[in-house]
Design a protein around this ligand. Sequence first.
Ligand code: GLU
Length: 382
Amino acid sequence: MESNRLISSNKNYLQILNAKTIVIKIGSSILIDPKKNILKNKWLNSLLDEIAFLKKNGKNIIIVSSGSIALGKSVLNLSSNKLKLDESQASAAIGQIKLAQAYDLILKKYNIYTAQILLTSDDSQNRRRYLNIRSTFKSLLKMGVIPIVNENDTVATEEIKFGDNDRLAAQVALITEANLLILLSDIDGLYDKDPNINPDAKHLALIKEVTRKMLNMASQTTSENSKGGMVTKLEAAKIAMNGGCEMIIANGLKKFPISNFIFEAGKYTRFIPKSDVKTLRKQWILSIKTKGKLKIDKGAIKALMNHKSLLPAGVIESFGNFERGDAVEIISKNNEKIGQGLSGYSSFDVLQIKGCKTNEIEKKLGHPGRVAMIHTDDLVLI
Ligand code: GLU
């Protein structure tokens, strides 16, 4: 199988070998035949063969795929490139079924299940929804499923739109704490000038900071179906790098796009962040103003020191009024601050379940609830 090439290419490209969680964004311009507005099936089969290979080798993979509007357009016989909002939304509703089905059918051959996740930008800005999305992603990845993500175009209006799947993919990379985001597109990466009009434009292989000059220079794409040009890709890079995630822009036009870009050195651009995801996230958690305190017992302190989550059983008392997702201080019996974290429960719920074993939570709350009071990823010890 062609994907076996990835084994040897891993030696060339260690980031893929090291990354545990990878988000792969697929642009309409490489997935959809621009003349017929239909899926390029052979190409998709080749990509999913590579993805199945990465999955079998222990990677968590999340796919962010465009293409619903283009596919819906062909069903509705709409030819215009500038659809009205309601036409885009109707096309997306029709095309999304076909899009998700295509991924599902192919990945089934590898015994891999897929799940559809449709998001709008305000989903990730609202803290409760953000936590819900994150825990759904976590569960799916734990179950070995590949989430297929797209913007929820049928409900998105101008104000709530991500506007393009490049930025959506960067948000998803941060939500899932991915180590690597790959944008597969019809361009080789970033140049110092627009390569379409400047034959002497130099390809840039490594970027450590997205500057204003780069953003000014970036020109809009001329592709018919995709919304994002180089500008949105650079904005995605800024989001990803600020969140500690490496990003790659690579040309995905040919079959077996992942092994291709790894092999053809110089045909992609890497955007490398200054610090890694974990460090940045911990800094962020410590910087949030706390809304309450959780007093915990010795057993729980020991568990936290062993990188375990804080369970309701270890909580002795709760102070203050807070919602699920708010930051709280974690204190010992002697009122010493031990750490800080994002609470998985509101203060109201904590009062019901503090000291409870996991199997007693449902009875107390009247619904199943979550196992952790504070998940280990949401917790920083001082
Ligand atoms: N969500 C759009 C679609 O599926 C694509 C947006 C984009 O290409 O960035 O058609």
